[in-house]
Design a protein around this ligand. Structure first.
Ligand SMILES: NC(=O)c1ccc[n+]([C@@H]2O[C@H](COP(=O)([O-])OP(=O)(O)OC[C@H]3O[C@@H](n4cnc5c(N)ncnc54)[C@H](O)[C@@H]3O)[C@@H](O)[C@H]2O)c1
Ligand SMILES: [Zn+2]
Ligand SMILES: [Zn+2]
Length: 366
């Protein structure tokens, strides 16, 4: 065990206040407390949630240390840590389950209501405590997390791709495979073909869906979705997606419809584009004000399940190594999610590209 006793000063990317561009600043990383680990970050993808943190859409706990789709190497561990060792190659997760809460105790730990994060704060050089995005904060040379937030994966994987398992890819894959329980022969429609939607498409293909319909309002996004295995493409800027999905499924609608946009219009489409007794999975994150009104008789009469999917209902220790293995075997196109590699100084620009939906993922290489 390596027990460090001193603070380390590293470069990190923060959002200081609402409306301000992100900044690269000195971040003080304290030595890990009991149960904690310091990770030398090697890559961190830019996710939509970083955009939401910068813009104050998650909460007002500025300053935020951004970044949460990361890989790295454990460089220090705190007292009592046995789960990882110094030198382990890990993907960071934002669901370190507690094992004690009512969800964990009833055998559904992917809903854990009390996940672990580091208790020791990272700070600015003046001592101001930082709020790490999703309890991670990995647009930084080092970050301090709870040791259970470190999931070991095969170091043979390209780091830039592996880090994406830590959020967007897992959320999309799990929305189809875990939450939607897509299985052999299913028809699936995915509305919104960004990184999350494309991961849902690839997950549905892997699970054996025979009809996989990609829906987007941007033609170039649909071409990319085809590379992830979509069997049919629907341009929602040209045609009514509900009618198109029904037409592609014998007039019935799809067994599972994944809404990877998360606005009232796409949720309504998902609701009506599924077959009777079908499943809607909401994985796109709605903004605070969004509301949706549906005839209650349709909610009742159409049956089935209306579900939401946080983090693809994943268990990192179970699901990250599985996706990594599938990627190494050439059965899951993880590498395809990496659009570009950028530096720590390029995060503001990369966030703008993520906000515009121009890229699947920009990955910061540290
Ligand atoms: N639930 C989770 O745990 C979780 C995790 C990560 C991200 N997310 C959320 O998932 C959503 C998607 O993330 P992403 O990284 O793929 O974003 P993205 O911007 O890369 O992709 C969104 C896609 O939706 C398309 N789109 C926009 N409006 C549309 C419409 N009306 N109809 C059809 N398509 C439309 C865009 O053209 C784009 O291709 C975001 O809301 C993000 O916050 C959720
Ligand atoms: Zn729990
Ligand atoms: Zn994310």
């Amino acid at each position: 065990m390596v027990m460090a006793t001193e603070n380390t000063t590293v470069k990190g990317v923060i959002a200081r206040s609402k409306g301000a561009p992100v900044e690269v600043v000195d971040v003080i990383v304290p030595p890990p407390g009991p149960g904690e680990a310091v990770v030398d970050v090697s890559t961190c993808g830019v996710c939509h949630t970083d955009v939401a943190y910068r813009d104050g859409d998650i909460n007002d706990d500025y300053p935020f240390l951004l970044g949460h789709e990361a890989t790295g190497t454990v460089s220090e561990i705190g007292e009592g840590v046995t789960h990882v060792a110094v030198g382990d190659h890990v993907v960071l997760n934002w669901r370190a389950v507690c094992g004690q809460c009512r969800a964990c105790r009833r055998g559904e730990p992917w809903y854990c209501f009390d996940t672990h994060n580091a208790a020791t704060p990272m700070t600015l050089s003046d001592g101001t405590a930082l709020t790490p995005a999703l309890g991670i904060g990995a647009f930084a040379e080092k970050t301090l997390v709870h040791a259970l937030q470190c999931t070991k994966v095969d170091p043979e994987l390209d780091d830039a791709a592996a880090g994406l398992i830590g959020c967007g890819v897992m959320a999309g894959f799990g929305a189809a495979v875990n939450t939607g329980a897509v299985t052999r022969g299913d028809s699936v429609a995915v509305i919104g073909c960004g990184g999350v939607g494309d991961a849902a498409i690839a997950g549905a293909v892997l699970a054996g869906a025979t009809t996989v319909i990609a829906v987007d309002t941007v033609a170039s996004k649909l071409e990319v979705a085809r590379r992830f295995g979509a069997t049919d493409l629907v341009d929602a800027s040209q045609t009514d997606p509900v009618e198109a999905i029904r037409a592609l499924t014998g007039g019935n609608g799809a067994d599972v419809v994944v809404d990877a946009v998360g606005i009232p219009a796409t949720y309504r489409q998902a609701f009506y584009a599924r077959d009777l007794a079908g499943t809607v999975v909401l994985v796109g994150v709605p903004d605070q004000e969004a509301t949706v009104e549906l005839p209650l008789i349709d909610v009742f009469g159409r049956g089935g399940a209306l579900k939401s999917s946080w983090y693809g209902d994943c268990l990192p220790e179970r699901d990250f190594p599985m996706i990594a293995s599938l990627a190494l075997q050439g059965r899951f196109p993880l590498q395809e999610f990496v659009t570009e590699r950028v530096g720590l100084g390029d995060v503001e620009e990369a966030i703008a590209s993520a906000a515009d939906g121009k890229v699947l993922r920009s990955v910061v290489v540290i």
